[in-house]
Design a protein around this ligand. Structure first.
Ligand SMILES: *Cc1c(COP(=O)(O)O)cnc(C)c1O
Ligand SMILES: [Zn+2]
Length: 416
């Protein structure tokens, strides 16, 4: 018996349980429709709790999963009475065991499981760092082959809390190439026989894995939060939170109002912020990301620098912002660093740079009156606990198996 089907958001065409990224009629997103309309928690320690709304047959048994807690100190500093932190990272004192320290790990488990269940042998993806680390970790745990293309700036982020395995194939791109160049090269490698492209935001397992942050929050709070704060590069996490809100609304027990997306990018690279300021569905490169490569080099939170985000596509971030009456913020490095030290000293855990951007946007929202004191707010701290992890684990750097000079080089020369 099938647990879910895939449905095109534009033409309505339905597909069975496969690893499918696109509709045959158009370029819209597909969305998973689950047989279970009510969220029934499973008796699993981590993300497997949310099996109802994950596109896999077998329950995931990992202890890694999102956690949610009510903030005291940071909330008091901001004058908020219902601030909840969704934390994806390593913080054993609070029951958080995401050892690659970001919510990318939440997408890696269901994606690799779906790949396995649909007969796929090897998955190919591009990463600015955090996604690659997450998939490498799950590859080390499961033995499933992954090919990961990473720009030089992301290579230092490719560490593991265990010994790297032969199943991990890390391809480094030489300096001068950015994350989007890595996406282009990965796209070409994925066309080789036996390879399956991970698909980014088009991958429903990725989106529904990330969406568990919203599910965990709704379970903890007892309702859908009024506001959802996150820093975005591709916007996939925002789309996922929106889709999870819709499922929770349809469930009926968590309220009828979707969470308002309040999303942040990091200056100077803020293409989605710019397009959304003008309520445009299209990102216009000359207007919204002039001198993109230079801007990207100057951006503090490099994980947030995607030049081709799934913004205008049907079912993408623009639709999510429209549907939730969303707001976007542009945050400076200084604002992010200030919010980082404030959050870390008050909450007692270290956070990654994108989460500092998210925390800074919450400070801005409070100042600008975009949230009220008693609103229920979810701040998605999508990455953290790296310093905490290093107290408990030895970390291993993953060695690259090849270096690519540019995204168009002949693949035979790569020798992977
Ligand atoms: C990837 C990442 C983001 C941005 O996620 P989107 O895919 O743009 O939603 C934010 N924070 C952290 C820690 C990340 O790893
Ligand atoms: Zn379609």
């Amino acid at each position: 018996m099938g647990r879910f089907k895939l449905k095109c958001l534009k033409c309505g065409r339905e597909y069975g349980q496969e690893f499918r990224l696109t509709c045959e009629n158009d370029d819209s997103f597909l969305r998973a429709e689950y047989l279970e309309k009510k969220l029934e928690l499973r008796n699993q320690p981590g993300i497997g709790r949310f099996h109802s709304w994950l596109p896999v047959q077998e329950e995931l048994t990992t202890d890694a999963g999102p956690i949610t807690y009510k903030s005291e100190a940071f909330a008091r500093e901001l004058g908020l009475s219902n601030l909840y932190i969704g934390f994806s990272g390593y913080w054993p004192e609070r029951g958080a065991f995401v050892k690659t320290c970001s919510f990318k790990e939440l997408e890696a488990y269901p994606t690799m499981q779906l790949l396995k269940e649909t007969g796929g042998k090897a998955i190919v993806l591009a990463s600015a760092g955090n996604t690659g680390r997450a998939f490498a970790h799950v590859s080390a745990l499961t033995g499933i082959d992954v090919y990961i293309v990473v720009p030089d700036s992301g290579i230092s982020k490719l560490w593991l809390p265990e010994e790297p395995t032969e199943s991990i194939h890390l391809i480094r791109m030489s300096p001068g190439n950015d994350y989007t160049d890595a996406i282009n090269l990965a796209g070409r490698i994925a066309k080789l026989p036996g390879m399956v492209p991970e698909g980014g935001a088009r991958n429903v397992a990725r989106r529904d894995g990330m969406g568990t942050v919203m599910l965990d929050a709704a379970i903890t709070i007892g309702r859908i939060p009024d506001h959802y704060f996150q820093a975005v590069g591709s916007g996939t996490g925002g789309i996922s939170a929106w889709e999870a809100s819709i499922r929770l609304r349809d469930d009926g027990r968590f309220g009828q109002k979707l969470a308002k997306l309040q999303l942040a990018q990091n200056l100077p690279f803020v293409p989605m912020y710019n397009a959304w300021q003008e309520r445009r569905r299209q990102i216009i490169p000359e207007l919204d990301m002039k001198d993109a490569k230079k801007q990207i080099e100057e951006t503090y939170a490099t994980v947030l620098t995607n030049r081709a985000p799934p913004y205008g596509v049907t079912g993408g971030l623009y639709d999510a912002l429209v549907d939730t009456d969303g707001i976007m913020y542009a945050i400076t490095k200084e604002e992010a660093l200030e919010a980082k030290s404030l959050f870390e000293s008050l909450e007692g855990i270290d956070i990654l740079s994108p989460s500092a951007v998210a925390a800074a946007s919450l400070l801005k929202a409070v100042e600008a009156g975009k949230v009220s004191r008693d609103d229920t707010i979810l701040l998605n701290v999508a990455g953290g606990g790296y310093k905490r992890l290093k107290e408990d684990f030895n970390l291993f750097q993953i060695p690259p198996v090849a270096t690519a000079r540019d995204p168009d080089m002949p693949l035979e020369e790569l020798n992977i």
